[in-house]
Ligand binder design. Structure first.
Ligand code: ADP
Length: 584
């Protein structure tokens, strides 16, 4: 370091450590809204220093929000300022946290505007290229990537996972992670008869005969085995109940503890850690590396500061998820999926694996089939766990006119299309306290519940009139609708929409009404693969060294994926890819 740079560094260091603000020393609390829930902090101020920041409450999704909350407090303390960058993918949590800290400092009487001007310096990108050597490189630390990594490691390979976000889990993490498995242990316990063949038929029908029958056979035949592997080897804890997802002919969806992807991803991460599988975060893969025979021998990725070449002796597995967060790509394949439609996806789900593989000649299929989830948050597009009350058969959907308009357990695309035809393109989901208690959704997801109530997306009231009035829904008609439905429940037959499953009446209040819109959820299209999870080129020939699993692949769900089949898919094909990359 020469003299000038030493001086500059000293000045920069000095300017970041001392600022004009003088504090009234003490401990102050601040609260703000995160992405889904509330964030509360305790800030300790000395006379000239922000001394400590403690997070008292975090109502956002664990793992994603941790990626922000694990680093932002120390960044503010090091900077002694509030001009820190938000963490990509956890922007809502980051903003909520910074706002809570700001409020706490403000409550001390200090002027925070000067603190906001003290900003982080950006890191420089260098020309450095770093080589890494492994047997297997997995791109994406979502559900399929973690599962594939575990199997590849168990098969004896030296494995590394690279992940472009600062957190793992992808869309799997924010899903309910329910798992469709025919002939499962709960079905046996409660006496539901089911079979692999029936599951196979449901997938074909649910995807309008567009799925690849060989791939579905692998999925149907191995779904139960995958669930047992998750339960008994990965130690995923499942609840003692099932959910009834739309389009399935029987109730067959297993529910991980808390009905959230956090249990599944949390346990997969633990297993990956126990097996010493490294995960490199903030590492964005952007190009596959080929040898001169056309074999994939690695992948290039960029971090904030340099280029990395991850070489793979056995091969690369793409597990980058779909493209629900890539508006341009969505519209390239399906113009209806425009900016007016929100998305349930995490921000990293931008189709990178599809683009990288297509560049080296991989085939793609079904790209125009983009599924919207029918009952999302009208403000953010987020998947709502509270809405899962529908999947135990416990709610009805009505329109502004107070009338039902669709079978509530029909396919997601059918319900979404029906909602789009209603006044204001919205649906209102109605249920009562008995269903709320039975589904346990408010108990499991109390932060989401509180946020929905606070934002008036969900209304609780003692009478049907009260909840209807809040959304200007026709109260008289809603009362008629509920009365009719209660009668169907008594008669055991829904004469209007032939709703499957058990019909349960809404006799007593309190009642709930929630405003919902469809949002982009799952992209059915993707890379063509064979039953060994090998990526195929345009002539349906395997590309040596390249594998793929999960939402990045196409042909498994046809035009429309049935609810809870994604977790079965990532488990079955993640395992296939992880084993075959080592033994191909
Ligand atoms: P799946 O359901 O198929 O397992 P997920 O959505 O759970 O897919 O996970 C996909 C993961 O891949 C996400 O964590 C996402 O951030 C990551 N990812 C996407 N593109 C890239 C990329 N270019 N480089 C590294 N990781 C990526």
């Amino acid at each position: 370091m020469n003299k000038i740079t030493t001086m500059l560094t000293a000045i920069m260091f000095f300017s970041t450590m001392v600022h004009a603000t003088e504090f009234k020393a003490g401990t102050y609390l601040g609260t703000s809204d995160g992405y889904k829930g509330e964030i509360k902090v305790e800030v300790k101020l000395g006379k000239n220093k922000i001394e400590d920041i403690k997070i008292i409450k975090n109502g956002d999704t664990p793992i994603i929000s941790d990626s922000a909350l694990n680093i932002l407090p120390s960044k503010i303390l090091n900077l002694q300022g509030l001009g820190v960058d938000t963490v990509a993918g956890a922007t809502g949590t980051s903003k909520g946290f910074i706002s809570a800290v700001t409020k706490a400092i403000k409550s001390s009487g200090a002027d925070t505007s000067e603190l906001r001007k003290i900003k982080e310096t950006k890191k420089q990108f260098s020309n450095k290229v770093i080589n890494h050597e492994n047997d297997v490189v997995i791109v994406g630390a979502g559900g399929a990537g973690l599962i594939a990594a575990i199997e590849a490691k168990l098969a004896g390979a030296n494995v590394i996972i690279i992940e472009k976000m600062s957190f793992p889990g992808g869309n799997t993490l924010i899903s309910g992670a329910e798992y469709a498995a025919p002939e499962n242990w709960i079905q046996k316990k409660v006496g539901i008869s089911d079979s692999k063949e029936q599951f196979y038929k449901d997938i074909i029908k649910g995807g309008d005969n567009q799925a690849d029958i060989n791939l579905i056979k692998v999925l149907a035949d191995n779904a139960l085995d995958g669930a047992l592997w998750l339960r008994d080897f990965v130690n995923v804890s499942f609840e003692d109940r099932q959910m009834f997802f739309g389009g399935h002919s029987v109730e067959r969806s297993l529910v991980p503890e808390g009905a959230s992807g956090v249990e599944l991803i949390g346990k997969l991460l633990k297993k990956a850690k126990d097996l010493n599988i490294p995960i490199v975060y903030n590492m964005n893969a952007n190009e596959l590396i080929l040898d001169n025979t056309g074999k994939v021998i690695g992948v290039q990725a960029v971090s904030e500061t340099e280029t990395n070449k991850y070489l793979a002796k056995n091969g690369v597995i793409l597990a980058t998820g779909g493209f629900g967060s890539n508006l341009e790509m969505r519209m390239k394949y399906n113009t209806a999926m425009d900016e007016n439609i929100l998305s349930t996806n995490t921000t990293g789900i931008t189709g990178d694996g599809i683009v990288m593989a297509e560049k080296i000649g991989a085939g793609v299929t079904d790209m125009e089939y983009i599924q919207t989830y029918p009952t999302c948050d009208p403000m953010t597009g987020a998947l709502l766990y509270i809405g899962d009350v529908r999947l135990i058969g416990g709610s009805i959907l009505v329109n502004k006119e107070g009338k039902r308009f669709v079978e509530e357990l029909d396919r997601r695309d059918v319900i979404s299309m029906a909602i789009k035809k209603q006044t204001g393109n919205v649906a209102y989901q109605f249920w009562n306290q008995e269903m709320m208690d039975l589904s346990k959704v408010a108990e499991h997801h109390s932060d989401e519940y509180n946020s929905l109530i606070k934002r008036k997306v969900l209304i609780k009231g003692n009478t049907i009139e009260e909840v209807a009035k809040a959304f200007d829904v026709d109260a008289t008609e809603l009362k008629n609708t509920v009365q009719k439905y209660n009668q169907y429940s008594k008669d055991g037959k829904d004469l209007e929409f032939n709703k499957r499953g058990k019909l349960t009446a809404f006799e007593n209040g309190p009642f709930y009404l929630m405003k919902n819109v469809p949002a982009v959820h799952h992209t059915m299209g993707g890379l063509t693969i064979d039953t060994n999870a090998r990526v195929l080129d345009n002539n349906k020939k395997p590309i040596p060294g390249l594998f793929a699993a999960g939402e990045v692949t196409g042909d498994i769900h046809g035009t429309n994926r049935l609810g809870s089949n994604a977790i079965s898919d990532i488990t079955v094909f993640g395992r296939v890819a992880g084993k075959n990359v080592v033994n191909n």
